[in-house]
Write a protein that binds this ligand. Structure first.
Ligand code: XMP
Ligand code: MG
Length: 181
């Protein structure tokens, strides 16, 4: 039985749920990309834990690289402003790029990122997002791999934060409104 942090309203995905689903995603990605090598790009900081677990379930030659972009600041609503805080170290030209994202909400962050990477002439770009929020307005993004659909609530854990806290929770849960209201 998982002990729940006092700031969490309810657990959405347990450690076991996450392990099982991320493993399935890794195996699917492996099956879909036989004979290829991948450049797996993680969007810091939220996706770092997901990517670390995902790549250990992909049995293909791959490289890992990191980008940091910001659209949220310390708040809970998308600002609509996307800035590159840290760019990739490697070139994406001619590579099969797999973006590992933590959560797709309005889609602003990913659509910006995909346009940006597409302009660098990769062989292909695909997205693996751990979570996709059921929101009203979402940019039309082709996400080949989606871990879980999740409710439109503010969630934390397994890499996801509120004001840089809760990333280390091993499960994903809904943050109590009293924490940020
Ligand atoms: P957009 O709206 O651009 O947002 O798709 C994607 C980014 O926003 C962050 N985000 C969240 N972070 N709990 C979080 O901790 C959430 O419920 C949440 N919703 C969006 C996240 O950084 C994601 O990359
Ligand atoms: Mg993020």
């Amino acid at each position: 039985m998982q002990v729940m942090h006092e700031d969490i309203d309810k657990i959405l995905f347990t450690e076991d749920d996450l392990r099982a689903r991320v493993s399935e995603m890794g195996h699917q990605i492996t099956a879909d990309h036989q004979g290829e090598s991948l450049l797996v790009v993680s969007v810091l900081r939220g996706a770092a834990i997901f990517m670390a677990d995902l790549v250990r379930n992909i049995t293909l030659p791959l490289e890992m690289d990191y980008m940091a972009i910001s659209s949220y600041g310390n708040g809970v609503k998308s600002s609509g402003i996307v800035r590159i805080l840290k760019d990739l170290s490697s070139s994406v030209e001619g590579r099969h790029v797999l973006i590992a994202e933590d959560i797709l909400d309005s889609g602003l962050t990913l659509s910006y990122l995909m346009r940006n990477l597409e302009s660098r002439n990769p062989a292909s770009i695909e997205v693996a997002t751990l979570l996709r929020k059921k929101t009203r307005a979402q940019a039309d993004i082709d996400c080949r791999y989606v871990g879980f659909e999740c409710p439109d609530e503010f969630i934390v854990g397994y890499g996801l934060d509120y004001a840089e806290r809760y990333r280390n929770l091993p499960y994903i849960g809904v943050l109590k409104k009293s924490v940020y209201c």
